[in-house]
Write a protein that binds this ligand. Structure first.
Ligand SMILES: [Zn+2]
Ligand SMILES: [Zn+2]
Length: 149
């Protein structure tokens, strides 16, 4: 049976792109990749202490689908911990409510409505145009920009 593709809307992005292990050489090629819906499931259940029904509703998925996402997320988190691997949060079948930016000039982080002309965005604090679109860093699995390297 083909699985129905649903888009879950995220209000916000994680404040970090992932973790690097202490004592181990951080090898991003062997990193555990957690996608944004798995991150969101962990956040709703383990951080916000929501019940599964509530969280499934918030993510617009059925209860069994939610449980599957959540179990996968926990499996990945424990794999990273036990095997001493880096953890990267990226990708996933989600839409992000706003566009999130990081200024490379003054390190200010801000969000804005999704701009029709993102290349014209400027930092509200310092007016710099050296901005990184964090939505892209999360959704496209960026390893290239100065922040994700
Ligand atoms: Zn700035
Ligand atoms: Zn990036």
């Amino acid at each position: 049976m083909p699985r129905l593709k649903l888009l879950r809307t995220l209000d916000d992005l994680p404040i970090i792109k992932g973790f690097r292990p202490i004592w181990m050489k951080a090898n991003l090629r062997q990193a555990v990749i957690m996608n944004l819906e798995e991150y969101e499931a962990l956040r709703l259940i383990d951080y916000e202490k929501q019940i599964h029904e509530q969280a499934a509703l918030a993510m617009n998925v059925s209860r069994p689908t939610f449980t599957r996402i959540y179990e996968t997320a926990r499996q990945k988190l424990s794999t990273a911990l036990v095997e001493g691997r880096s953890l990267l949060i990226e990708g996933g079948n989600v839409t992000i409510q706003e566009s999130h930016w990081y200024c490379e000039n003054c390190f200010h982080k801000f969000s804005a409505a999704i701009a029709s002309e993102p290349e014209k965005m400027i930092c509200p604090k310092c007016n710099s145009k050296q901005l990184l679109n964090l939505n892209n860093c999360f959704l496209s699995g960026c390893r290239r920009c100065r922040r994700c390297k």
